[in-house]
Structure formats: C-alpha cells, structure tokens
Design a protein around this ligand. Sequence first.
Ligand SMILES: [Zn+2]
Length: 476
Amino acid sequence: MLKLYNTLTGEQEDFEPLEEGKVRFYSCGPTVYDYFHIGNARPFIVFDGLRRYLEFKGYEVEFTQNVTDLDDKIIDRADEEGVDPAELAEKYAEAYFEDLEKLGVREADHRPRVTEYVDRIIEHVNALVERGYAYEVEGDVYFRVRKFTDYGKLSGRSIDDLKSGARVEVEEKKDDPLDFALWKSSEPDEPGWDSPWGRGRPGWHIECSVMAQGTLGETIDIHAGGHDLIFPHHENEIAQSEARTDKQFCRYWLHNGLLQFEGEKMSKSLGNFEYARDVLDDYDQETIRYFYFSTHYRKPLNFSEKNLEDAKSAVDRVYEFMRVVSELEISEQNSGSSLTEAGEALLERIETARDRFEEEMDKDFNTPGGLGVIFDLVKRANKFRNEGKSENYYLLERAKKKVKELAKPLGLFQGRSEASASGIEEDLLQLLLEVRNELRERQNWDLADRIRDELEDLGIEVKDQEGETVWRVEGN
Ligand SMILES: [Zn+2]
C-alpha cells in the first residue's frame, strides 16, 4: 500500500483517496513573469512522476495545475519592459508549456488561469464576507485570520507565535496584522475587474483555493508544491477554502525539498539560478529527470555540474544495456538448456522486480529505491551477458522489457526518440506499418512482429484494433 508523508499530520500515512480508485490532485503552478528556473522544475517533474506512478498502480488521476497570469510581479515586470501585463503573461505562459514539454512533463488535465477565474474568485470572496470571515477596507478585502480557529494547522504555528513575528506596517489598514488580502483595489493604470468593492484584482492565495475546488471539487485528495509554499500560501488556502465550505479542503499535503545552488537556496532574488531552458541546452530531459528522481523528493538537493554529469552517465548506462541487447541475436524461446547461476539469479530478479519496485516506491514515493531495483536488474543482466551463454539470451530481452515497464512512471528509458513523430518521420512510419500489414497477410508473423517490437523499442506503440493499425508515441 502506498504511504505518503502528509505535512498536515507530520506522518507517513496510508494513501486512501476519498473516492475509491480515483485521485484528485492539485499542484501549484508558476507565476508567469519570467522563464522558470531549474529549481522551479523540481515540483513539476516530481509530481508528474507521482501522477504517473498513481496511474501505474491503477488509479484514475485527475490533475490540475494552475497558471498565475495576474500578479504584482507580472505588473511590475510589464511596467519595466513597457508592455501590457496580459501580453507579458501570455509570452511566459507559452514558454512555460514549451519547457514542460521539453522536460517530458505531461500536460495537466486542467490548466486554469487566474484571469479566467475572476468571477468565481469574486463569488468566493463575497461568500467569505457574508460568513464574517472577510471584511472590506477602502476597496481591499482581507481574510480575518483569528476567526478561523484552525489557522496554523498545516505549518504547525499558533496564532500567538505568528502574532509576535508579524510586522506591523505603518498606516496599517487591516484590523489585525495577521490578516491577508483576498482582493486588492487597482490603480487606474493597473489591470482590474469590477467587483462589489470597486475595481480591483484578486490577491495571490485565493486563486488556488478557487481553481482547485472549481476543477476538482470541495475536497481534494492531494495538494502539492514546494516546501516554501507551506506558509503562508498553503496555510491561507486551507483557511479560505474551509471557511467557505466547512469541509476539509485537502486530505494529503505534499511538499518537495528545495533545490540548492552551491549550498544556498536557488532563487531569482539572490541571482543564483539557471533557467530550465538553459540547462536543457546542455542536458537532455532524462538526465534532468533522473537527477531529480535519484534523490528523495522531500530532501534538499544540490544543483551542480558534477551531479548532472553523474545523472547523465547513469542514464547512458541503461541505454547502453538496451542497445547491446537489441543488437544481439536472440531467439524468443527458452532453448531448453539449463540456466547458469547468474541466469537463475537474473530470472528470479526479473520475476520479482515489479513487486520490489512497488515496495520501494510505496514508501513515500521513494524514487531512489525504485531506481535501485531497475539498476540492480541492469547490473545482473550485464553480468549474465558477460558469461556468454548465448542460448539463454532471451532472459536479456525480458530484463530489458522489465526495465522499460518499471521506468515508465518516471518517464525514463522509454527510448530516446523525439516526443512526437512529424512530417517525413510520420510518412516513414506509415510505410513501415503498411509493409507490416502485408507481411501479416502473407502470414509472415515473425517479420511482422519484429517490426512491431523494434518500433516499441523506439518508444512507438503499435496496436491492431477493429481491422485498423494505430500507433502512438509512448508517454504522450
Ligand atoms: Zn498555489
């Protein structure tokens, strides 16, 4: 059974979604005022992996990731560049989706944007005002933190701790320094929408509550994000959501550790960061994904050239194994000759690999453990091959298939092909499939199957259904 560390309880818990077999999963997306840096890529990759792993275990997963396309950072940046905030946000939203694709991160089922949700945000804020959880001051609306008695339950802080740490601003308009903005009035030259409190725009936190509940329902199963979002962002999300519904907002809160740059937090304000797209110029997506999955997602991780080079050689090692196996002459069947000791050991490993893989991964999505099972298989397969008992090489083919099967939820080792075939590649593929169908008509099954298998090794899945042959690039 899958166990996940829940920030809300501080414990590893059995994962049981509200509705059997179905997972409602929300992960905080970017504020699109710039390209995202490689540290921001960590939650995108890690939670893409968790989403795929849940599917691998048979769950149906509905996944939402928002795009913050309206925020003070966007307004400031647009001001600097002398462009319209909406135009700036659109440019970086497009770049974000491009970079995600290059990192092999699958598209979310829902990708809501704040600007599309303003009406629903106003409605939510209004409901909080009506219930006495929010109040208006001069066109701004604040959440009354003290009224929500559970405030602090995620970050483990008490209201009194918070109060002693709160900064009291000069000319404070709020009733209490702890209160936070749900709605902010806009200057005439700033983006704004008409509301019951005058022209304004949403505060940052409210959007995630409204978009999570708007796409997935009042209670969701998993909410994920970087460790730095626990307070105040996620704490505020809980308050805003539960104050409206009187129901639990989210059951499992997951937070990834931050990426460090030479031992310091990677951040744009410190100036020590690299854009993900620049890292992608030097390293392929699997190297970057491996780099993240080789450390447990909750631990801090250091970004360095050495760590990326190590990741690259690990990925290369597996592809080298796959290449060697695909070049061997392998007969499909057991030759009947008995297995050597290394062969027996390999067979046993292949047969138990999936169980061992899941056992590791089920320990709070322990990807280093899962990768350990995959690398152990590769190591034993290489050892067996080095013995040169070619009559039983069919085991190598099986080991290779198992590696692909297990690495799939991590988006690794599915074949180093482009994400999709296009133009001439597509024509060539069509031609190959026509040849294959002709071979099948002539009952030349061996050759027809070989075409299918080799395409599969390249990451192209071929299926015959209802008299038609269809193909798709795996992972898409
Ligand atoms: Zn958020």
